[in-house]
Design a protein around this ligand. Structure first.
Ligand code: MF3
Ligand code: CO
Ligand code: CO
Length: 280
């Protein structure tokens, strides 16, 4: 859990859904805006600055600046940048990106009190075939999860689809972090595990909105807090074996008949070929 407050699942009405469509699109547009800047030599702090300025133009705020979650240290930046073996919650810094790096940028905006949470992988210059494959297959893993979303399905179906696909390709699924309900709060119930058994856990019902955000490792699934230079920053999570890790994230609505991906915009990466619709 991200905090200790009691929470229950929200079933959004038409007004909430409309607001979440806007927040989701705006969150995605931050990633669209950043994309052309993601080149060898740029620092993650420069990316953070660009995003912060863009959010002002959008009339959004960042959900991550000052966010505490379960940490004892407030998150200091407007987005998370998780490079190579960093699994999640990387803090932007002054180190330039270099050719061959892969990086997740995770953006959560707040618009009129509603949260739009999404992330994408970026490949810097030409990365290795192994690195590009991990990014591409993690994207497919997320979509396999999304395709399970419909009323009557269970969260275990979502987790199982992701786990089966990722492990089938020889990768591993991080267990300690999960997707989450999202709406008027950053992290709501339910927890959305990226592994599991079909037919288990919460039944999906129309109006639910949650993220699907698998963290997939090229090596073993074990993670640890980063302690570079003998110092913990309170946030950065890395793979224990220092293998590469990838993550993608969408916020998804359960519709009357299936799913609707909310975190889409003009420059969103196309879904994989096996996906026929972003809304069903
Ligand atoms: N956006 C992340 C998520 O998908 C959470 C980041 S919290 C932060 O849930 F504090 F690390 F930014
Ligand atoms: Co996120
Ligand atoms: Co999230």
């Amino acid at each position: 859990r991200w905090d200790n407050s009691a929470m229950s699942i929200t079933y959004n009405d038409a007004e909430g859904i409309a607001a979440m469509r806007v927040a989701g699109r705006l969150g995605s547009e931050v990633l669209d805006y950043l994309t052309p800047f993601i080149q060898p030599g740029i620092t993650t702090n420069e990316i953070d600055r660009l995003a912060a300025e863009y959010m002002v133009e959008q009339g959004t705020t960042s959900a991550t600046v000052g966010y505490m979650g379960a940490s004892s240290v407030p998150f200091p930046k407007s987005l998370c940048t998780s490079v190579n073996h960093v699994v999640c919650h990387g803090i932007p810094n002054d180190k330039p990106l270099k050719k061959g790096d892969v990086m997740n940028i995770d953006v959560t905006v707040v618009k009129d009190g509603w949260f739009g949470d999404n992330s994408r992988m970026f490949v810097i210059g030409d990365a290795s075939i192994a690195a590009r494959r991990l990014c591409a297959l993690t994207y497919e893993a997320m979509w396999h999860g999304i395709l399970q979303v419909r009323p009557g399905a269970h969260l275990g179906d979502v987790g199982h689809a992701i786990q089966k696909f990722a492990e089938g390709h020889g990768f591993s699924v991080v267990r300690e972090f999960c997707g989450h309900g999202v709406g008027r709060h950053f992290h709501e119930d339910p927890q959305v595990l990226h592994y599991g058994r079909p037919g288990t856990l919460e039944e999906l019902k129309p109006g639910m909105i949650f993220t699907i955000e698998p963290m997939i490792n090229a090596g073993k699934r074990d993670i640890k807090e980063d302690a570079r230079g003998g110092q913990y920053d309170g946030w950065t999570i890395v793979t224990r074996d220092h293998s590469l890790s990838a993550q993608w994230e969408h916020s998804v609505l359960v519709t009357e008949t299936g799913y609707e991906v909310l975190t889409l915009s003009a420059a969103s990466p196309a879904p994989p070929p096996f996906v026929t619709a972003t809304k069903t």
